[in-house]
Write a protein that binds this ligand. Structure first.
Ligand code: ZN
Length: 334
């Protein structure tokens, strides 16, 4: 994740985290009880809808990605990760298409090979949803006061969105309804060594290619909406609405839908008010690609861009909270 303009709101965190654990537990107990006895009031969305997204499995994916080490664009770690995720999504039944491009390293002047990965489900469906996550990691933990040139493994900022999508893959072949889904893993979100280096290389390339294809009439299918998933595994998760996503007229309905799903499912980590304004991959997708894309991000993360952004700061419960909401939102597309 790139940057943020508004100070975060830490005060609500502890309160909501505690309430959530209790509420999920109660919801599961009463959901199961109600189903057995047939006497509980029918919730708007069955709680069981969340059951097919496993936070434990998503967390295992996150740990496997982090175990590779740093995954900077063009590096050996990135290559290893690419191999792992491509195998995973192919085995799950997706159509996996690389989108390769080159950038020039601003310091060395050398070319750096970049590759977005498009993971398609139900390719015959002409109206589609984009779920995006960056899969590169920042070269250095430059906000780490003690070790700004140390090792950065990006467990939350990098691996979390990928891990969530890896787990979500299991539910995609059975997704009914009119919309197809593309997971897009973006390279070069933060190939950033200094303050003047550009962000969002992968999502910018993807958005331009998509817009050009639409304009030329070569791309016949279209994206109805998109979500960018970034920093979604913080063990102390609070997902406020992101201000740009709220303020753009075409992404506001996407935000409203997602937070409404969370409210109906009792997923209290989603807090239905703006909490921060963030520069992320949703900006080029919306501005250049004209894809109405909202950013789902917990920016209240003290380990951001430090050596402490490790699996220990993340949790499967948090991945499950976000993953189950995203899955239910997909299932409600009409
Ligand atoms: Zn970042």
């Amino acid at each position: 994740m790139a940057s943020c303009f508004t100070p975060s709101i830490p005060s609500a965190k502890d309160r909501f985290a505690t309430v959530f654990v209790a509420s999920v537990f109660l919801a599961s107990v009463f959901g199961a009880f109600g189903a057995l006895c047939g006497m509980a009031e029918e919730p708007a969305v069955p709680v069981a809808a969340a059951a097919s997204f496993s936070g434990a499995r998503a967390m295992a994916h996150l740990e496997a990605i982090v175990a590779i080490g740093p995954r900077v664009s063009g590096s050996e770690g990135m290559r290893k990760q690419r191999e792992m995720v491509v195998d995973h999504f192919r085995a799950a039944g997706a159509t996996v298409t690389p989108q390769r491009f080159q950038i020039r390293d601003r310091k060395s002047g050398k070319g750096v090979a970049m590759e977005n990965i498009v993971i398609g489900w139900h390719p015959d469906r002409q109206e589609r949803i984009l779920l995006g996550a960056h899969y590169d990691t920042r070269p250095f933990p430059d906000r780490d006061r003690d070790d700004p040139r140390g090792t950065f493994v990006g467990a939350n900022d990098g691996a979390s969105g990928v891990a969530l999508l890896m787990e979500l893959a299991g539910a995609m072949p059975g997704l009914e309804g009119p919309v197809g889904v593309d997971f897009v893993l973006f390279d070069g979100e933060e190939y950033v060594f200094g303050p003047r280096d550009p962000y969002f290389l992968g999502s910018t390339h993807f958005a331009r290619q998509y817009a050009a294809g639409r304009k030329a009439g070569e791309t016949t299918w279209s994206y109805r909406a998109g979500l960018v998933l970034d920093m979604v595994a913080d063990a102390d998760l609070t997902v406020f609405q992101e201000s740009k996503s709220v303020s753009w007229p075409e992404t506001r309905p996407v935000v409203d839908e997602v937070w409404d799903v969370a409210r109906r499912m009792g997923v209290r980590q989603f807090i239905a008010r703006p909490g921060y304004e963030v520069e992320d991959d949703h900006v080029p997708l919306r501005n250049l690609g004209k894809i109405p894309t909202a950013d789902i991000i917990d920016f209240n993360y003290p380990a951001w861009h430090t050596t402490r952004d490790t699996a220990a700061a993340c949790s499967g419960e948090s991945l499950e909270a976000v993953g189950s909401v995203v899955l239910q939102w997909l299932r409600e597309q009409r």
